[in-house]
Design a protein around this ligand. Structure first.
Ligand code: NAP
Length: 257
């Protein structure tokens, strides 16, 4: 572990730099805020919601942590390179990477175009690959890192009319497991978080009937909140979580067991 990283019990991530992709809204914004509350300096990535990203930065700073908002489409290699260059110049090299950016696709496979298929793979597999590869130089040299990939319950059990999204999120799980073995000797953990249904913009197209049905099917009797997911990600980002790697943890209210 890098000796220069300082730890405290109240702000266990003090001295560390975290990058959260897709942190302007939803789950990513809650993760960014939770990591800042735990003491990390946080890079809030987004693609177009600059005002919302700046609001997240303000909340992060209110906890006494450094934070910056950076627009970058993380499916594009030059934009990922620029994202990391800006973070390194301002906050320092990240030791925590949360691959969260994403969007779903509800479509019968027969209606899914090759472009939509490629878009799902690019968003959920290529983007984490690009961000992880760019992070590794520093993490390997530091012999320390925490990589957390956001998958989905549909990546575990498959979602009806969401085969492209499910395939991509299932790929995230296989990618996580393989990479965890490769990086464990370098002190870098790699885990996947596979949320159940979380109340964010991503599910706003659901009808009231569909939402009620999902709540009924969920044993805890409610949809997830972004904070539910952020608490788990922050736990995984902790230095103390060093024996936890290659795992898929699914905060889903008991919907999938
Ligand atoms: P959300 O509220 O729709 O937010 C999506 C975030 O991703 C936004 O910050 C958006 O930025 C960003 N983004 C989208 N494309 C991007 C790109 N190419 N480059 C950089 N940022 C990009 O979604 P969410 O519900 O919080 O979902 C977050 C993650 O959790 C996703 O990977 C999703 O698949 C996964 N997940 C969600 C649920 C759920 O029920 N909500 C369940 C399981 C898994 P802008 O604001 O700039 O557009």
């Amino acid at each position: 572990m890098n000796e220069s990283i300082q730890f405290s019990t109240t702000r266990p991530l003090y001295g560390q730099v975290a990058v959260v992709t897709g942190a302007s809204r939803g789950i990513g914004s809650a993760i960014a805020i939770s990591l800042a509350k735990a003491g990390a300096s946080v890079a809030v990535n987004y693609v177009s919601s600059s005002n919302q990203a700046l609001d997240v930065v303000s909340v992060c700073r209110s906890f006494g942590s450094q934070a910056m908002a950076i627009s970058a489409d993380v499916t594009k290699e030059p934009q990922v390179a620029s994202l990391f260059t800006q973070i390194e110049a301002t906050l320092g090299a990240p030791s925590i990477l949360v691959n969260n950016a994403g969007h779903a696709l509800t479509s019968l496979l027969i209606d899914t175009t090759p472009q939509q298929w490629d878009d799902m793979m690019s968003m959920h597999l290529k983007a984490p690959y690009l961000c992880i590869r760019r992070s590794l130089d520093h993490m390997i040299r530091a012999k320390y890192g925490r990589i957390i990939n956001i998958s989905s319950i549909w990546g575990i059990v498959g979602g009806s009319c969401e085969s492209a999204y499910s395939a991509a999120k299932g790929g995230v799980i296989a990618f996580t497991k393989a990479l965890s073995k490769e990086l464990a000797p370098s002190g870098i953990t790699v885990n996947a978080v596979a949320p159940g249904v979380v109340d964010t913009d991503m599910i706003q197209d659901l009808t009231e009937e569909d939402r009620d049905s999902l709540v009924t099917q969920t044993p805890v009797g409610r949809l997830g909140t972004p904070g539910d997911i952020a608490a788990l990600v922050t736990f995984l980002a902790n230095p103390g979580s060093s024996f936890l790697t290659g795992q898929v943890i699914s905060p889903n209210g008991g919907l999938v067991t």
